[in-house]
Design a protein. Structure first.
Length: 329
């Protein structure tokens, strides 16, 4: 059954109920614009799918939106605190996204877009894509990657108790996973493609992982790459040759990217020569498809370290300011 009829006209449809999607809704409310958020999962769905014990790199005040204080018991807030905070933000601003509804297509042009979803069809003047990049993992594209033992998402260390676990990656996610599973009794091996861990590894975590590697409690192969995965092992190339390691689980913390195919389907130009960065104006965040705007980390392309919550909150203000100006024109 369709949840909306075409004769309902919105000023803005926001795709994604993450922190930046909520920030866009707040700015729309301030400007007295008629909007709706369509979200394929739950509120701040990406944050919900973060590891249960994750701690943010940012301090709580840098994650605040809508003038609602984010109070944390620690200098760095946790995933659970963030989930509660953004729920309270949505409640305080009376934001009620349409949850578990996937946008399937966006057609039309500025002033008259038709947005079709798994539950409804909507008409809107403008579209804001604020859906982040956590949905699609960067694949290794090697034999065996489709085996059940290979995971691109990690939630909790308990399933890996007393297991031989290989963690692929050298960034924060890989380091967190390696330390957590090691401390729950896993035999952990790290595969890092560079000669050292990423420079952006959390400063309060780095000494821990470096000491575990130095002591041999966690085995690490640097300048290494995975060649193949079998049900019983993982095969890697190292500076010293090919190595086969007995293995129960592979946790590939290789990063994620936005849904480039969906952006292209909407008519947004994705620049392959520039890390697949979707084309957008650096001030208004309007794409090449007039009337469609981006907000938040979806702007990154493959360079997912460029934008994050604390430094992309202002996108909402810029986007809504531009849309309001055009509507009032």
């Amino acid at each position: 059954m369709k949840s909306e009829q075409l004769d309902t006209q919105y000023d803005i449809i926001i795709i994604g109920a993450g922190p930046i999607g909520l920030a866009c809704a707040i700015e729309a409310i301030k400007s007295d614009l008629k909007y709706v958020i369509i979200e394929k999962g739950c509120l701040v769905n990406s944050l919900y799918n973060y590891p249960m014990n994750m701690t943010f790199f940012s301090t709580s005040e840098r994650l605040e939106i809508g003038g609602i204080p984010f109070v944390s018991i620690s200098p760095k807030p946790t995933r659970n605190e963030a989930l509660e905070y953004y729920r309270r933000v949505a409640e305080s601003w009376n934001i009620t996204p349409r949850y578990y509804e996937r946008v399937e297509s966006v057609t039309g042009g500025e002033g008259d877009f038709i947005v079709s979803s798994s539950k409804g069809t909507y008409r809107t003047r403008y579209v804001i894509a604020a859906m982040g990049f956590y949905d699609i993992p960067n694949l290794l594209n090697i034999p065996g990657e489709d085996l059940p033992k290979v995971k691109h998402y990690y939630n909790d260390p308990h399933p890996y108790v007393a297991q031989k676990v290989t963690v692929i990656g050298g960034g924060n996610s890989a380091v967190d996973v390696a330390l957590e599973t090691y401390r729950k009794g896993a035999q952990v091996t790290m595969i890092v493609k560079k000669g050292e861990l990423d420079s952006g590894v959390k400063y309060w975590i780095r000494p821990d992982i470096e000491n575990r590697i130095k002591s041999g409690e966690i085995t690490a192969y640097f300048n290494a790459s995975v060649v193949a995965i079998t049900p019983e092992s993982i095969v890697i190339n190292t500076p010293d040759g090919t190595v086969t390691i007995e293995n129960d689980f592979v946790l590939a913390m290789t990063g994620y990217h936005a849904d480039f195919s969906f952006l292209s389907k909407m008519g947004v130009s994705v620049q392959e020569s520039n890390d697949y960065q979707p084309y957008h104006d650096p001030d208004t965040f309007e794409t090449n498809h007039q009337g469609i705007f981006l907000a938040g980390v979806v702007c990154c392309g493959l360079d997912t370290r460029k934008w994050y919550i604390e430094n992309s909150r202002y996108h909402a203000e810029n986007v809504i300011k531009e849309i309001t100006k055009r509507i009032n024109r």
